[in-house]
Design a binder for this molecule. Structure first.
Ligand code: PLP
Length: 383
């Protein structure tokens, strides 16, 4: 097979070789981690080692890490309204992942959307004003603001949001699935009460994630049954998945020192794109962004056309958000930013990661340039 360039790390990162090895070894654990015998204790020890590594990536205590089946489950766990307390209101930024936007068990009447600026950054003045307006209702606010957006890479003002939310007596959850391993995460300095992580975005296995809590914060289990995960998530633990997550978390934390190199590759890509398509729009370019993400649109060129053309040229990228339903729909993120349908419908997300090399960027720029030239020529001929 011809060489390919995988530039879709925000959809999922390739499995790291070290993770593959650790997962294969962990598949050998015969015991149930809840069993008291030696086999059970060995599986338990492997989980606890991974818990420490994941906690360290989030700047949290190991006992505050709850392993889940992924980012989606962690997000939905947060949104399981405490049964005994009816007086919560949910506030979501308009650019959250669909698992957060689902609202979990909150009713639409108790959910308020917080707008974003044209740069794709949550409008904190709007958040503060809304919380103030709702104050007389006597509800406690539960606010969910992601650490960085999966489509644009725009980093969100989580620390500032935490101050506003705490001032209003509420709790702040942050979906840090895309931020993990790309910007430093520290529960204490971010001021978040709950944080979501997912293994497969940092080179771990798919189907495992974590909800990380601030000391003393409690959540209602979404999955009830056995007493696993401190009675906060029932079900025998996914030992190999968790072990792989731990290894990926440790490697991702180490790579935080190298993110400048990743940002340099991303900048090189954007410069290359601008050189071959002067009218290209880099979405959220003036916002603080993840070092690995570039969301690019060329007026008059449809995202699907680019994704298919690039795929044929050996390059994997996504159109806006990953289209899990199989059909490309307008991205709610780009729509919330007020981008024109032409730009939103043309946005291609290029996301880099630990395996990205200079050659991948060169291949992208060259294939993109060829494709744009051809599409523009065809459009002119058809006119
Ligand atoms: N949150 C964000 C921001 C994501 O990008 C994703 C994955 O696309 C998720 C949550 C869901 O995570 P998982 O695939 O582990 O369920």
């Amino acid at each position: 097979m011809n060489q390919r360039s995988y530039l879709d790390y925000n959809a999922t990162a390739p499995l790291r070789p070290e993770v593959r090895e650790a997962v294969a070894d962990a598949l050998g654990h015969a015991g149930n981690p809840s069993s008291v015998h030696a086999e059970g204790r060995a599986a338990r020890a492997a989980i606890e080692e991974a818990r420490g590594r994941v906690a360290s990536l989030a700047g949290a205590r190991p006992e505050d890490v709850i392993f889940t089946s992924g980012g989606t489950e962690a997000n939905v766990t947060v949104l399981a309204e405490p049964a005994a307390d009816e007086s919560w209101q949910l506030y979501l930024s308009a650019i959250e992942h669909p698992s957060v936007l689902s609202g979990g068990r909150f009713h639409p009447e108790t959910t308020t959307m917080i707008p974003v600026t044209a740069d794709g950054v949550a409008d904190l003045a709007a958040l503060a004003m809304t919380l103030e307006k709702h104050k007389p209702g006597g509800w406690r606010p539960l606010v969910s603001l992601m650490a960085a957006n999966n489509e644009t890479g725009a980093i969100q003002p989580v620390r500032e949001a935490a101050d506003i939310v705490h001032e209003a007596g509420g709790l702040l959850h942050s979906d840090a699935v895309q931020a993990a391993g790309r910007i430093p995460l520290d529960m204490t300095s971010l001021g978040t009460d709950m944080l979501t992580l997912s293994a497969h975005k940092i080179g771990g296995p798919k189907g495992v994630g974590a909800l990380v809590l601030k000391e003393g914060v409690r959540v209602e289990p979404l999955i009830k049954g056995g007493g696993q995960e401190g009675r906060r998530r029932a079900g025998t633990e996914n030992v190999p998945g968790i072990v792989g997550f731990g290894v990926a978390a440790e490697l991702a934390a180490k790579e935080l020192g190298d993110v400048a190199a990743l940002a340099a590759l991303r900048d090189q890509l954007e410069e290359g794109v601008r050189a071959v398509a002067a009218d290209a729009v880099i979405v959220s370019a003036s916002a603080p962004r993840l070092p690995n993400t570039s969301c690019i649109a060329v007026p008059g060129v449809k995202a699907e056309t680019l994704v298919i053309g690039l795929d044929l040229a050996g390059i994997a990228v996504s159109a806006g958000s990953a289209c899990s339903s199989g059909k490309v729909e307008t991205s709610h993120v780009l729509e919330a930013m007020g981008l024109s349908p032409e730009i939103a419908g043309g946005a291609v997300r290029v996301s880099l990661g630990f395996g990205t090399k200079n050659d991948d960027i060169k291949r992208y720029v060259s294939a993109f340039g060829e494709l744009i030239k051809r599409l523009k020529r065809n459009a002119k001929e058809a006119a």
